[in-house]
Design a protein around this ligand. Structure first.
Ligand code: NAD
Length: 249
């Protein structure tokens, strides 16, 4: 795991860090020496058990990011922890695969507020801390933000808009702060466990993925760490697909 990147003394907020991709990102950053502020909806969850040997320090903040109060609470917590923020990983997100006829106003608001409004306002509220730290923002979008399919409309809309907002923010916050996106393909986390627990769907994804497998959380964390690090110091406004080549055809 990435010994070539040293995040010692770097303060990084990771949202949705209790499980899945966010937990792996937090673990990897801790191993690289970062001071991680781990956000989750209700508590540290599995992250606490997964951090036996850590290089950096770990703080927790709980908040519901679908609400304005939750977003403001996380931003205030970060402001209380550090004067410089070196990284913001907007990872928390929800998926619902409702068909057009099933979609509701409430589900639209919940999904778009969590997946799009929260990342935008965290960047907005923490922009001075990020500027002070010459920081890097990484937003977690999805291949569903780039290629269209029927259903999951608020998810597709939020992930697509997140890619565009990434580009707009990268202009606003340059030259001090870089803003990039990672767009995962099919990753084996709780978010789509119904999919990878279904043998035929699991095989179908493998067959439609040139690299022949589902992604793992660490496939995403390594891209996130790279974008957060000085190794990506000339990259901003970019979206990196991490999907085993699935969206090539
Ligand atoms: P996950 O469901 O395991 O984790 C999602 C995290 O977001 C959890 O920690 C959850 O508590 C948090 N979260 C959700 N709603 C929240 C809210 N209202 N307030 C606070 N926290 C909230 O899923 P994951 O696969 O680890 O997903 C992480 C990110 O990656 C998401 O943004 C997701 O859209 C994106 N993504 C995942 C896949 C995949 O195949 N797993 C593919 C593309 C993109």
């Amino acid at each position: 795991m990435g010994a070539y990147i040293d995040f010692s003394g770097r303060n990084v907020l990771v949202t949705g860090a209790s499980r899945g991709i966010g937990r792996d990102v937090a673990k990897e950053l801790l191993g690289m020496g970062a001071n991680v502020i781990a956000h989750s909806r209700s508590g540290p969850g599995a992250l606490r058990d997964a951090t036996g040997k850590v290089g950096g320090s770990l703080k927790y903040v709980a908040a519901d990011l679908s609400t304005r109060e939750g977003v403001e609470r996380v931003a205030s917590f970060v402001e209380g922890c550090c004067t410089e923020l070196h990284g913001l990983v907007n990872n928390a997100g929800i998926y619902s695969g409702l068909a057009l006829g099933e979609e509701t106003f409430d589900n639209w608001d919940l999904t778009v507020n969590t997946n799009l409004r929260a990342p935008f306002f965290l960047a907005r509220l923490l922009r001075e801390r990020l500027r002070a730290g010459k920081g890097s923002v990484v937003n977690i979008s999805s291949i569903m933000g780039l290629s269209a399919s029927a259903g999951a409309y608020p998810y597709q809309a939020s992930k697509s808009a997140l890619i565009h907002i990434t580009r707009a923010l990268s202009l606003e916050l340059a030259p001090d702060v870089r803003v990039n996106c990672v767009a995962p393909g099919f990753i084996m986390t709780d978010m789509n466990k119904e999919g990878w627990n279904d043998a035929s769907f699991r095989k179908e994804v493998e067959e439609r993925t040139p690299l022949g497998r589902w992604g793992r959380p660490e496939d995403i964390s390594s891209a996130v760490s790279f974008l957060l690090s000085e190794r990506a110091s000339f990259i901003t406004g970019e979206t990196i697909l991490v999907d085993g080549g699935k969206s090539l055809f």
